[in-house]
Design a binder for this molecule. Structure first.
Ligand SMILES: NC(=O)c1ccc[n+]([C@@H]2O[C@H](COP(=O)([O-])OP(=O)(O)OC[C@H]3O[C@@H](n4cnc5c(N)ncnc54)[C@H](O)[C@@H]3O)[C@@H](O)[C@H]2O)c1
Length: 334
């Protein structure tokens, strides 16, 4: 299939682009390079041996989208393009709604007008907020606690409404905590300096003196927060499977993407020290407002519907994150 990948110059979109190409699909990337970078596109080409067609442009440019869908004969869309920084979203909520909700609305309108009906959408465990059940099933209510999470809730609702009335087929994938990088270290997360695993990697590399651990009094086995980390290669693979499922069966679906097993901050640090051979000094600080004690997916439905299960464990996540930390290119502002 010819697939438009929005946000393909970013972290998850780049890994999914490689997975699509390796599964025999043709990839066209649309990205405004507000957060992604050109080096990522070269990384995709170096890994897969195929340079994806790249269009620099913004999702909110409806005329560009319609032309792209038509002229490139796009058959399906994998929609990653969004802003994802939770604290930034609290400072600039309208910017997040404009980019994430406005961008998705513009994309859906263009798809409807050009008769492109299949979309795989990047949602997030952020929609569950302080989840009422852990592990959390897809049926848990929307309880997001910040504008980023709210923007994902609105997008999900728009997709489902358009699926009911507009003939859209949507696969909504709610990622828990994507981590790691391609083992070649040619693509990885250029932006996530505030996420835990990139922070650990920076400390191990000597770029920061210590890791701040927020909270050691949570009701968890060692008192630190527990998250469901899932390797980005597994996430990428789920997108290829979700696309196949949309082709196989009419209809839409929403799935969690996680391992169904949590790791505490201290467990992740220990795994990283083992994988890197470096010490990661810690400093405990108070809890951050809004952080939950435990977040963990119930991923059973993804296995039933897609035959997908996360295959790569903490050791691989840490090894690949460490390799990426050591070899990653410097991000050039575009
Ligand atoms: N990485 C995570 O921890 C995580 C977790 C859950 C969900 N998600 C979701 O997955 C998707 C991909 O995340 P990521 O980690 O790859 O982020 P990323 O920032 O690395 O990539 C997003 C890409 O989208 C582009 N983009 C943003 N707004 C755009 C616009 N209006 N027009 C065109 N391009 C635009 C950026 O330049 C960037 O290259 C996002 O929708 C994010 O919300 C990510």
């Amino acid at each position: 299939m010819r697939v438009l990948v929005t946000g393909g110059a970013g972290y998850v979109g780049a890994h999914a682009s490689v997975a699509l190409q390796q599964a025999g699909h043709e990839v066209v990337v649309l990205d405004n390079l507000s957060r992604g970078c050109r080096a990522t596109l070269d990384g995709i080409a170096a890994i897969s041996g195929q340079q994806p067609l790249f269009v620099q442009g913004d999702l909110r440019d409806g005329a560009l989208l319609r032309r792209l869908l038509r002229e490139q004969a796009i058959e399906a869309v994998l929609h990653f393009a969004a802003l994802k920084d939770v604290s930034e979203s609290c400072q600039q909520p309208l910017h997040y709604y404009d980019n994430n909700v406005g961008g998705t609305l513009s994309l859906l309108q263009a798809m409807m007008s050009e008769g492109v009906t299949r979309i795989v959408f990047s949602s997030s465990a952020a929609v569950y907020g302080h989840a009422t059940a852990v592990p959390t099933p897809e049926s848990a209510p929307f309880l997001a606690t910040h504008p980023y999470g709210h923007s994902k809730q609105v997008c999900e609702q728009m997709l489902l409404d358009a699926a009911v009335t507009g003939g859209l087929q949507a696969a909504v994938l709610r990622y828990f905590n994507p981590v790691g990088a391609h083992p070649s270290a040619m693509i990885g997360d250029m932006a996530a300096a505030s996420n835990l695993l990139p922070q650990i990697a920076r400390v191990a590399a000597g770029l920061q003196p210590y890791l701040q651990v927020h909270g050691q009094d949570y009701p968890t086995p060692d008192g630190t927060g527990v998250r469901d980390y899932v390797h980005v290669l597994d996430i990428a693979d789920a997108h290829v499977q979700a696309l196949l499922q949309l082709v196989r069966c009419a209809g839409s679906f929403t799935l969690n993407l996680g391992r169904g097993a949590g790791l505490s901050v201290l467990q992740l640090v220990t795994a990283f020290e083992r994988a890197s051979g470096r010490a990661v000094p810690l400093r405990f600080v108070p809890r951050r407002a809004g952080d939950v004690a435990i977040s963990c997916a119930d991923p059973a439905n993804a296995e039933v519907l897609l035959g997908w299960r996360a295959m790569l464990g903490p050791q691989r996540m840490c090894e690949d994150a460490w390799r990426w930390q050591q070899h990653r290119p410097v991000r050039v502002v575009n």
